[in-house]
Design a protein around this ligand. Structure first.
Ligand code: NAP
Length: 488
């Protein structure tokens, strides 16, 4: 099959309508919205433009299904998730291609995301049967304390475009395992992976109404009525801090349980005792995964002065030789940014830094032609006051700045409103513990450039949000504790 025919076949396999109450249907009014290929700017396909009444119908379906889904035997809930894991794994090539088409990342990275996304389905297929309460003799010895763990109720999920599948399964997996029902709204730029996942869950035997998917052009108008509806019991959001803050205000109406996975500004610390080869390898992963469009992306590199120049030169050599192109092409390592606005923001941050004295060691410019490509960029001697030290870059740009002492490095790392992840490279065990304990982040990569793991609690502190996804902690977000005081 030709490449074009394969792309057409993968796109044709997606049902582009809304998924509500176990049925696929058009949006009220029949509106559609285009999904673009960011490496060409061409429209790939159109999906339904859901309206507020569609979203409310989806919530109605989730609410109606909750009563039976919560009673479903945990083993059967787990079996459905396990079947979905198997189906996602079997279809990983198609899912990866679909993701590359709508999001732009190279096929190898899409395949890695599909595997990561699937791992949440498997992890929570196993957790569904491990939801425990507690039995305890009361302090007086006369009574008993009994606790039950029960599903929170119908949930509303809003997910971003940068990890179109994994940000969905990281919420859907634990929610379904716990016995919750859900309405998911993927980002309008990348709705196809989630629509495909819904189809797979349907094929895995998920009863109608347990999972509902709404795609929409106007996310605010469509989602606000759901967040303010008393049938919703939980909101989980992954996206920017700015939107998260607005959604928290809306969620206060019904005093919803809320999880927020928000923006980051990850520091990457390299001490003079670090293995510099390993640090450069880790830096390339932490910076270039997803073309830098990841909340966990290393946003600024604080490097001991004695090795900063060497580190920056080596990083520039590695990033400068990466192959840029359409993610579907063989050997491509760097895809496009998601759109021209995002590329414009990256270019603006680079020119601000250069205007203030930073030196371009590689890159520093757009790639001419179709699509939203920007060259992998390393900036040396980045001065205080450069905006990209404070703002999430969300692009392939690595600013390097020297530090004179451990205290200075930690102060610089913590000097941000965000607190999602930090990376630390050192070969000194005492320093490793000292630094990890003092960093104000929810996660740390110690001598490694990636932290994502279905069995680990992913999440941030400060303005990077609250709540954890993954691991045993992830299912807690979907469970309430009920206490029964027993008089025997
Ligand atoms: P975004 O603009 O905040 O959008 C995220 C989601 O929210 C999308 O589905 C978007 O829909 C929707 N949305 C936007 N405005 C809304 C509103 N008023 N009401 C309801 N929904 C609304 O973020 P993004 O640009 O897609 O994603 C990048 C951000 O996500 C970065 O800051 C990144 O750090 C963060 N992120 C965090 C994590 C984490 O785990 N901490 C993981 C990945 C990404 P539409 O796009 O369809 O309008």
């Amino acid at each position: 099959m030709s490449t074009q025919a394969r792309e057409d076949a993968v796109l044709a396999a997606v049902d582009t309508r809304l998924f509500i109450g176990g049925a696929w249907r058009d949006a009220s009014g029949g509106g559609r919205l285009g999904v673009e290929d960011p490496s060409t700017g061409d429209t790939l396909v159109e999906v339904a433009d859901g309206q507020p009444e569609d979203a409310l119908a989806a919530l109605g379906a989730a609410h109606a299904a909750f009563g039976t889904w919560r009673e479903h035997p945990p083993r059967e809930r787990g079996d459905i998730l396990r079947r979905a894991f198997d189906l996602v794994t079997q279809r990983s090539d198609d899912l990866a291609l679909l993701m590359t088409l709508e999001m732009g990342k190279p096929l190898a990275e899409s395949a890695a995301e599909v595997a990561y996304a699937a791992s949440f389905l498997r992890w929570y297929s196993e957790e569904a049967v491990r939801i425990n309460g507690r039995y305890q003799v009361s302090e007086s010895g006369r009574g008993r304390v009994l606790t039950m763990r029960q599903p929170v109720g119908p949930c509303v999920f809003i997910t971003p475009w940068n990890f179109p599948l994994a940000m969905g399964t990281r919420k859907v997996g634990p929610a379904l395992a716990a016995g919750c029902t859900v309405v998911v709204k993927p980002a309008k730029q990348t709705p196809l992976s989630m629509l495909m996942l819904a189809r797979i869950l349907e094929q895995a035997g998920l009863p109608g109404g347990v999972l509902n998917v709404i795609t929409a052009k106007s996310s605010g108008t469509v989602m606000e009525p759901l967040i303010k509806d008393p049938r919703t019991r939980k909101l989980s959001f992954t996206g920017s801090t700015e939107v998260g803050r607005a959604l928290m205000a809306q969620a206060s109406d019904q005093v919803l349980r809320v999880s927020m996975e928000l923006g980051g500004n990850a520091p990457f610390l390299v001490f003079d005792d670090a293995d510099l080869d390993a640090a450069v390898d880790g830096a390339v992963i932490a910076k270039m995964r997803n073309v830098g469009e990841a909340c966990t992306s290393a946003n600024r590199f604080h490097v001991a002065e004695s090795v900063a120049g060497d580190f920056a030169r080596r990083l520039a050599a590695r990033m400068g030789e990466m192959t840029i192109g359409r993610g579907t092409e063989e050997g491509v390592e760097v895809g496009p940014l998601i759109d021209d606005d995002q590329r414009g923001k990256v270019a603006e941050l680079v020119s601000d830094a250069v205007g203030k004295g930073a030196v371009v060691l590689t890159g520093g410019e757009r790639v001419d032609g179709a699509g939203y490509f920007y060259r992998p960029t390393v900036l040396g001697d980045v001065p205080d006051g450069a905006r990209l030290l404070d703002e999430e870059i969300f692009g392939p740009v690595a600013p390097v700045k020297g530090f004179a002492s451990e205290d200075e490095a930690i102060a610089a790392a913590n000097d941000t409103a965000f607190g999602l992840v930090a990376y630390v490279y050192t070969s000194n065990l005492r320093r490793a513990f000292r630094v990890c304990e003092r960093l104000e982040t929810g996660m740390i990569g110690l001598n490694q450039g990636m932290v994502s793991d279905a069995g680990a609690p992913f999440g941030g502190v400060k303005q990077s949000g609250f709540g954890r996804e993954g691991g045993p902690e992830g299912i807690e977000e979907y469970l309430e504790t009920k206490y029964v005081a027993m008089n025997l």
